[in-house]
Ligand binder design. Sequence first.
Ligand code: PMP
Length: 360
Amino acid sequence: MGQTLADLPLRDDLRDQEPYGAPQLDVAVRLNVNENPYPPSEAVVADIARSVAEAARGLNRYPDREALELRRALATYLGHGLTANNVWAANGSNEVMLQILQAFGGPGRVAMSFEPTYSMYPEYARDTNTTWLTVPRSDDFTIDPERAVREIVHHKPSVVFLASPNNPTGTSLPLEVIERICAVAPGMVVVDEAYAEFRREGTPSALTLLPSYPRLVVTRTMSKAFALAGGRLGYLAADPAVVDALRIVRLPYHLSAVSQAVALAALRHADELLARVDELRARRDQTVSWLRGLGLEAIDSDANFVLFGRFEDRHAVWKGLLDRGVLIRETGPDGWLRVSIGTFEEMTAFRAALREVLAL
Ligand code: PMP
């Protein structure tokens, strides 16, 4: 007893590592992890509860290992002529992407992305013993296709992660850039579209490229636009052979009967759950304009958050907001902060608190 982590035979590369995660603090206004601020309606809650009760009657049995009904429903939601054979689901897109590296990464292989980007990617790489390489984005947080092609040809990554819209910048990738990358990448190209439903008009999904690039994978999640972060349901669309590869590394029965039932119920209410996406997009664009009106920089966003700055001491601004009951995220390049788009009331509280902190 009384042992600490340091006493355990932990892998050398995990020593001194911290568990990933933003602070889960009990404050009034939480705008730090890009959640959807709207809880499901009572009608949706009732359908989820009924579905879980039904699933509960069979909990002595293992769930459908292939989650076929759910994959069929997700394929229907995505459209683009996709079927269940093109779709794979797991506990959050986090698990989907870990499985991608379990199948396609590993010792002696390289995974690559373009920074700043989602900070979990290097953790999937670490956990699967995949070498992690990053290439900087341009000053405006776009990806320079010439440079991307050069680096990919040079390093021959087994997996390239392209977040579009990107976290924490909100920047979408033009399809031409994705195509340039797919054309030279020797391995898998993963376009992480966790925030796809929040894109502005005229920024199409990489789903349209799937028929042309058999090694392209598009990941999605029900955590954001679907307002189902607590349900933990992520998925991908790809060629059926890619799904077969992931079925080799997945744990048997990785997706519980309860998770499958909850996701299926939520999908039956897709229209209602997605109904507030337009409102959030409009509020996001207003937030960008408002921040610029204060004389700050704010990056145009295709997601449900905005990266803004720059501050000499961003931690002081973050802390000042927290002291006023508003929790945002201290992430991204130094000097920048990220705010998720909440309800009208939450954004009003954010604005008031930020004005106070900046003495404006
Ligand atoms: N990709 C990106 C870019 C994200 O920002 C997030 C969540 N913050 C995820 C994937 C993972 O989401 P989940 O595991 O909830 O599907």
